[in-house]
Design a protein. Structure first.
Length: 133
């Protein structure tokens, strides 16, 4: 009986594989509209790059967009449709830049959104695009 109780206690203290995996695959990978390296067959592309980050090192996990800001951008993308995030630069928890692909009109609507404008202004971001493919 003692062995069973000890193993139950150990099970509560240890994290399962699923919990550890969810901690590793945070933020950009968990976004609803993130499609890894999906660049072919889209009308246009666009980049948003952070110029003034939270730290000096571009590859720090705390440099760029926060989790809340990524969530806000993901909601805007969900409303607009016909576009997605295809890649990022820097740490995956706070990326220094994001690359978007989709229809040209959708990308223009995304850049014109008030919430996205606030985020770009906060980091003195550089928006390049949308460019036709």
């Amino acid at each position: 009986r003692r062995r069973k109780l000890r193993s139950r206690k150990r099970g509560r203290l240890m994290k399962t594989f699923k919990e550890v995996r969810n901690q590793i695959l945070e933020d950009v990978f968990k976004l609803k509209n993130y499609k890894d390296r999906d660049r072919k067959g889209h009308e246009a592309n666009m980049n948003i790059e952070v110029v003034k980050g939270n730290t000096d090192n571009k590859f720090d996990d705390d440099f760029g967009f926060t989790k809340q800001e990524l969530g806000a951008m993901d909601k805007v993308i969900s409303k607009i449709k016909n576009m997605h995030i295809s890649s990022f630069d820097g740490g995956n928890t706070a990326p220094a830049s994001l690359e978007f692909y989709g229809d040209e009109d959708s990308l223009k609507k995304f850049v014109a959104d008030r919430n996205v404008q606030k985020i770009v202004k906060k980091y003195k971001g550089k928006v390049s695009g949308p460019y036709k493919a």
